[in-house]
Design a binder for this molecule. Structure first.
Ligand code: BG6
Ligand code: MG
Length: 209
């Protein structure tokens, strides 16, 4: 019934969400700001700067725009170093096999991610040329829950939102999908989302819906 699937990247295709966590953790320790899994889950799907602003809600100090830019850049440096160590082995067999099977069914496959590091990550895990369209943090002005990133992906595929299924691990990602008129499948942290069309316990469950 769907002609395409648009995948979020971090936390869906690969586990870069752990690296985001580690990189933010390093910054929050330096600034003596509390940071835990609950705060981390609020960073899923939102842009780098918005993530920083969420983290700084717990700070007693006010920072200037310039200081914030330096923090975001510092976090990205740590994050990039972690990404540099990624290889095609960081793509699980389950994800690799499922992606291949979905493609051979004739479905168009795309990425819809808020991350500006998307091209680097796809290259590192050996999926640089795999997707039919890549919409990411480099071509949007509003990050999830705004549907822009998914609407751009469906436009690249020349399909209507109603013809696409969005796969997301972020609550704001599922919200973005429904706002844009897409069907959605929630995995991981987003599994509790009431508005998701489907809940996936495993990535491979995509072959059954
Ligand atoms: C999303 C992550 O995919 O990308 C967010 O879920 C992250 O946690 C966002 O903040 C932006 O990433 P980047 O790589 O542009 O800093
Ligand atoms: Mg995600």
């Amino acid at each position: 019934k769907y002609k395409a699937i648009i995948f979020d990247l971090d936390g869906v295709i690969c586990h870069t969400d752990q690296y985001h966590y580690q990189a933010w953790k390093a910054l929050t320790e330096r600034l003596h700001i509390p940071f835990d899994e609950t705060i981390n889950n609020r960073l899923r799907g939102v842009s780098r700067m918005q993530s920083l602003n969420i983290i700084l809600e717990k700070s007693k100090k006010q920072y200037t725009a310039l200081e914030k830019e330096a923090f975001a850049e510092g976090k990205n440096k740590i994050y990039r170093n972690l990404l540099a160590g990624m290889t095609p082995d960081d793509l699980s067999d389950e994800v690799r096999k499922t992606l291949k099977a979905l493609k051979s069914k004739g479905l168009k496959l795309a990425i819809g991610s808020s991350s500006k590091n998307t091209p680097i990550i796809l290259h590192q895990i050996g999926l640089g040329d795999f997707f039919d369209a890549v919409s990411d943090g480099n071509n949007i002005t509003n990050s999830k829950p705004d549907p822009e990133v998914f609407l751009k992906a469906s436009a690249m595929l020349k399909l209507a939102p109603q013809e696409c299924l969005v796969v997301e691990d972020a609550v704001v990602g599922i919200e973005a999908a429904s706002r844009g008129g897409f069907f959605s499948a929630a995995i991981g942290d987003a599994q509790t989302c009431k508005s998701a069309t489907y809940v996936l316990h495993h990535f491979g469950d995509l072959l059954n819906i």
